[in-house]
Design a protein. Structure first.
Length: 143
């Protein structure tokens, strides 16, 4: 029975990862195109990333809560944890820009594209194991 449980959980994780990638590709591609457009017209990369990060996070909550993780737990609890995860994700993104663009001189366009991928991996794990988890379920192993 434990083998079957592992297979079901593993399959569910793969499905969640696929759905997360689908939501992420669509939203991040659109956001990245807007980022390139805004910075092309003279806005600074860090300010542009800050504005777009907030918009993308707000839109992503609904897509990831319902489509990716099929979360039916507390909206407020998940919302608070989601904000916490995104705050950390934002600072990871900002640190990548500061170090690789400001300190090392790499092109912000390439660095931001890489930062999107790094933060996406972090956020998937945070969403799966922290944000969209039902904390009301007993962890004693009984179901």
């Amino acid at each position: 029975m434990d083998d079957l449980s592992f297979v079901v959980k593993n399959r569910r994780s793969i499905t969640q990862l696929f759905r997360y990638a689908l939501v992420g590709i669509v939203s991040n591609f659109a956001g990245y195109m807007v980022y390139l457009l805004i910075t092309y017209f003279g806005a600074t990369p860090k300010i542009t990333m800050t504005l777009l990060y907030g918009v993308g996070a707000a839109v992503g909550f609904w897509g990831n809560r319902k489509l990716t993780f099929a979360h039916n737990g507390s909206l407020v609890g998940a919302g608070v944890r989601y904000v916490m995860a995104h705050c950390l994700g934002y600072f990871i993104n900002l640190a990548i820009l500061v170090v690789l663009v400001d300190k090392l001189g790499y092109a912000h366009q390439l660095v931001q594209a890489i930062a999107i991928l790094v933060v996406a991996v972090f956020l998937f794990l945070a969403f799966k194991f922290f944000v969209f988890t039902d904390f009301n379920v007993s962890n004693t192993g009984e179901q």
